[in-house]
Design a protein around this ligand. Structure first.
Ligand SMILES: [Zn+2]
Length: 120
């Protein structure tokens, strides 16, 4: 198993996700693995918005929030996989302890389980 190869892939993935996250969220200063969605306007617009604009902004904020939750989940999976590399448990199914198929890891290096125990 090419651990260095997967480590590099995971690090690249983590950086990519963090760039995406930083566009919709800011890191919680008290907890670096937690991200909070930021409002779309971000204080640049000082006019008082009308009701339509407010509901648009709210919808936009909700969209960004769901994107944020998804990205945060992904980035935490990647971080967990990097930790498994450090601990030497990378590529081992968290449910049954069998080796995870390398093709599966190639497709998604942050997989924590074998195909049989995949939650998805
Ligand atoms: Zn398994």
């Amino acid at each position: 198993m090419e651990l260095d190869y997967f480590k590099k892939k995971l690090k690249e993935e983590k950086e990519r996700l963090e760039v995406e996250l930083s566009q919709v969220a800011k890191r919680n200063p008290k907890n670096p693995s937690d991200w909070e969605p930021i409002p779309a306007e971000d204080g640049t617009d000082t006019r008082i918005p009308d009701a339509n604009e407010l509901s648009d902004a709210f919808e936009e904020f909700q969209n960004r929030s769901s994107v944020e939750v998804h990205l945060e989940e992904k980035v935490n999976e990647v971080i967990a996989a990097l930790k498994r590399i450090e601990k030497g448990t990378f590529g081992i199914c968290a449910a049954c302890g069998e080796k995870i198929d390398e093709k599966r890891l190639e497709a998604n290096p942050s997989s924590a389980t074998c195909v049989k125990h995949s939650p998805r």
